[in-house]
Ligand binder design. Structure first.
Ligand code: HEM
Length: 245
């Protein structure tokens, strides 16, 4: 990913991003493998794993009630993947300055940051990612919610929903939760508390159309992050797990 959206996360060997500590709870790899197998049968050596991954993210969004957008197809798959790079991705305990810097270093704006964080309207997190909040009874967490989380989090490998109210619907509830001190990750809650990001949170919480339209734009921005690569370093993989022989 740090080399751009090139399916480097799918490469599966010792030292690859997929084997990084930060990737431990990633799931759904089989879904991508199944799609790739089907596509290779009908149209061999034509559709990259990077394009499949991006299209699957779009389709999953639509299935859960979110916006549709045209995916710019034609990206190729990278030949390199380093676990060190996966471990550089924000983990949920960073401050807003670190998040802004991380996004801006990749050409993404503060608006992209707040809008893409809105994908936490679905999915789940391990308790491990919020242990620091539970341990210090984080004062920016609603008291009752904190109590419930503490009850749900017996072990660090237990799971809790990222959106406490509507976890399987793609909607603006995530932003509404933040207004009630019910953001799960401290990086989520922080977006509501920082003057650089709070105005976006408030606007998105009450304007679903704004969220949907901008999510489409920001997802394309995310997919288009380009780290220049020398020729012959990209290919269409035959199997998403490995570089072509
Ligand atoms: C702003 C920086 C971000 C931080 C700090 C962050 C952090 C996290 C963390 C800690 C988890 C839970 C991991 C675990 O403990 O299992 C998570 C889950 C998730 N994140 Fe993010 N994330 C960020 C940005 C994004 C972006 C840009 C997207 C997509 C556009 C995204 C989509 C998701 C989804 C869908 C899940 C749920 C995964 C599942 O259900 O298995 N996040 N994120």
């Amino acid at each position: 990913m740090l080399q751009g959206c090139d399916a480097s996360i799918l490469l599966n060997y010792k030292g690859s991003e997929r084997r990084a500590l930060a990737s431990k709870t990633l799931r759904g790899f089989q879904v991508i493998d199944d799609i790739k197998a089907e596509v290779e049968k009908r149209c061999p050596k034509t559709v990259s794993c990077a394009d499949i991954l991006t299209a699957a993210a779009r389709d999953a969004t639509v299935l859960l009630g979110g916006p549709f957008w045209e995916v710019p197809f034609g990206r190729k798959d990278g030949k390199f993947s380093f676990s060190k790079e996966a471990d550089m991705v924000p983990q949920g305990h960073e401050n807003v300055t670190a998040l802004i810097d991380f996004f801006q270093a990749r050409g993404l704006s503060i608006l992209d940051l707040v809008v893409l964080s809105g994908s936490h309207t679905i999915g789940r997190s391990t308790c491990y990612s919020i242990l620091h909040r539970l341990a210090k009874s984080d004062p920016t967490l609603d008291r009752k919610y904190l109590k419930n989380l503490t009850r749900s989090c017996k072990w660090s490998y237990d799971y809790v929903n990222l959106d406490v109210a509507t976890p399987v619907t793609f909607d603006v509830q995530y932003y509404k939760n933040l207004g009630k001190n019910m953001g799960l990750l401290s990086t989520d809650q922080a977006l509501y508390l920082d003057p650089r990001t709070a105005p976006f949170v408030s606007a998105l919480a009450t304007q679903p159309d704004l969220f949907f339209n901008q999510f489409a734009v920001s997802m394309v921005n995310l997919g288009n992050i380009l780290i220049p690569s020398t020729p012959n370093q990209k290919e269409i993989r035959l199997n998403c797990n490995y570089v072509n022989p």
